[in-house]
Design a protein around this ligand. Structure first.
Ligand SMILES: Cc1ncc(COP(=O)(O)O)c(C=O)c1O
Length: 456
């Protein structure tokens, strides 16, 4: 059959609230033109993030009832540990309350002034945790990853030549880790090929630098490898995932993505000494080693979700439903990052709104317009999120000005997605009327979460 259907039935539903355009104009103004400040009850279709927003399966809810809340040695922890180990093959598995808690632990231990962490693209919390430790994060994305409108199969790849040059320039002793984000969230949800993982590992090995995966979307990445990389069509997703992890010395994971959990994460590694140091810090900051900031019931949901996410009918539907939205937009001439990412469609705001200069945040202007037109919440991934200031307080813009429409897993149906496309097209047809924004209040780190803005 041609039609790829949602591979589930709906057992429980959540109503969504409709608002008028006038109400939404007022809401936007009260939220200081920052979508993070909008109450979720005022949002019709929430594409702010795919993180922690998945619908859990009946098996996961059943697992929640099995959760054992013992402080130490809970069977829920051992089921969680076994599930993670079966995928990563890593011996030391440390639960955390979410991905950034795993980042905080590892970068507190390995970071610090004078250290550099090299990546294809660091996610914002990863970069913030690195910088908070005093270290510096450097993105070395492959050239094709920087061209939003040019399709290529693995635009999340790291530039291996640039990796070698940087290591030689900085000195391997100052680089505690190389991190590959799979899929590359901030670079458009684009996958990393196994060939690239292997080549990056070879360089890391030559210089004695550990390779970690930021594995939030490992299953989506594995499925792209199955679809696009020669020699993997007949391999199963668990086989591909195991091969991906086989080249890594460790990983950080937010279970709020490819584990269908509403909360949770983990840190896993092969090195015993590093594992002990991480566990010691875990006990101070998160909790005892067999729960690490999570309830036993959460550990159960993650253990089950990690296996469910690798089921191919799910991944086929997941990847196709994102592509479906991107295809509709491309057909209408909307500038979209191509090909579609694994968890989101990314609008190219610079091309969408060429009349708004980057220091007036075209991406954020588009985020506001989508909310006003149709109650859709999205997020800017551009100079509001990643912009920095130079010594003269002039904006150093981000490499790309994107708006991400992240699709929560197993939550919205095809008609919701058709509606989203219709709203985007309406905004596109009226784009000449949109204006830029200026920041009137901002925090020194991760400013996009709380900044206040005003139309120019
Ligand atoms: C690639 C990537 N790394 C790390 C994180 C941080 O995870 P968490 O939100 O669970 O702290 C995210 C979250 O969106 C992410 O997408």
């Amino acid at each position: 059959m041609k039609t790829i259907i949602e591979p589930f039935r709906i057992k429980s539903v959540e109503p969504i609230r409709f608002t008028s355009r006038e109400e939404r104009k007022r809401i936007l103004q009260n939220a200081a033109y920052n979508a993070f400040r909008i109450h979720s009850e005022d949002v019709l279709i929430d594409l702010l993030t795919d993180s922690g927003t998945s619908a859990m399966s009946s098996r996961q809810w059943a697992g929640i009832m099995e959760g054992d809340e013992s402080y130490a040695g809970s069977p829920s922890f051992f089921r969680f540990e076994e599930s993670v180990r079966s995928i990563t093959g890593m011996p030391y598995i440390i639960p955390t309350h979410q991905g950034r808690a795993a980042e905080k632990i590892i970068f507190t231990i390995l970071g610090g002034k004078g250290k550099y962490f090299l990546s294809n693209t660091l996610f914002d919390t990863t970069r913030a945790n690195i910088e908070f430790s005093g270290a510096e994060g450097i993105d070395l994305l492959c050239p094709e990853g920087k061209l939003p409108s040019v399709p290529a199969p693995f635009k999340g790849n790291m530039d291996v030549k640039a990796l070698r040059t940087r290591i030689e320039a900085l000195g391997a002793e100052h680089i505690p880790m190389v991190i590959l984000t799979v899929t590359n969230n901030s670079g458009g949800g684009q996958p990393v090929s196994l060939d690239n993982i292997r080549s990056v590992k070879a360089v890391c090995k030559e210089f004695g630098i550990p390779l970690f995966l930021d594995a939030c979307r490992f299953a989506e990445n594995a499925y792209f490898i199955k679809l696009r990389e020669e020699g993997y069509a007949d391999k199963t997703v668990p086989e591909i995932a195991r091969e991906m992890f086989s080249y890594a010395d460790g990983c950080t994971m937010s279970a709020k993505k490819d584990a269908f959990a509403n909360i949770g994460g983990f840190l896993a590694m092969r090195d015993l000494e590093l594992g002990i140091r991480c566990r010691n810090l875990l006990i101070i900051t998160e909790g005892f080693t067999t729960y690490g900031g999570l309830a036993g019931r959460d550990l159960e949901a993650i253990a089950i979700g990690l296996q469910e996410v690798m089921e191919e009918p799910y991944l086929q539907y997941r990847i196709r439903s994102i592509e479906y939205l991107a295809d509709k937009l491309v057909a209408a001439g909307v500038p979209v990052m191509q090909p579609a990412g694994g968890h989101a469609v990314y609008l190219d705001a610079k091309a969408f709104l060429p009349h708004i200069p980057v220091d007036q945040y075209p991406g954020q202007s588009l985020v506001c317009a989508l909310y006003e037109a149709g109650g859709i919440r999205s997020v800017e991934i551009g100079s509001l999120m990643f912009g920095k200031y130079d010594a003269e307080a002039q904006l150093i813009p981000a490499a790309l000005e994107l708006v991400r429409l992240a699709i929560p897993r197993r939550v919205y149906t095809q008609s919701h997605i058709d509606y989203v496309a219709e709203v985007i097209l309406e905004v596109f047809n009226n784009r000449a009327q949109l204006r830029g924004l200026r920041i009137i209040e901002e925090a020194p780190l991760l400013r996009h979460f709380t900044a206040k803005l005003q139309p120019v």
